[in-house]
Write a protein that binds this ligand. Structure first.
Ligand code: SF4
Length: 75
């Protein structure tokens, strides 16, 4: 198993995560920040459990985020 973790309050709204993985991300029309779809919010941090097959793609997105606020935790 793995989780995508998103520290949303530090998002600068560049849209790269949405462009790379539109099935998991949306750009908010309210505040311009990215939202991790279907995630659970815990203290400003969005957490989404993902299938292990999605790990490489999620890691590419995490690496591409210019402010490094996306993490992929494997466990
Ligand atoms: S790539 Fe990072 S900074 Fe850019 S919209 Fe996504 S989470 Fe925000």
């Amino acid at each position: 198993m793995a989780n995508i973790i998103h520290y949303r309050n530090k998002c600068i709204g560049c849209g790269i995560c949405y462009e790379m993985m539109p099935e998991n991300w949306r750009m908010s029309k309210k505040d311009g920040k990215a939202t991790l779809l279907k995630s659970v919010l815990k203290k400003d941090t969005s957490i989404l459990p993902i299938h292990p097959a999605m790990i490489p793609e999620a890691q590419k997105v995490a690496k591409a985020c210019p402010v490094k606020i996306i993490r992929v935790n494997e466990f």
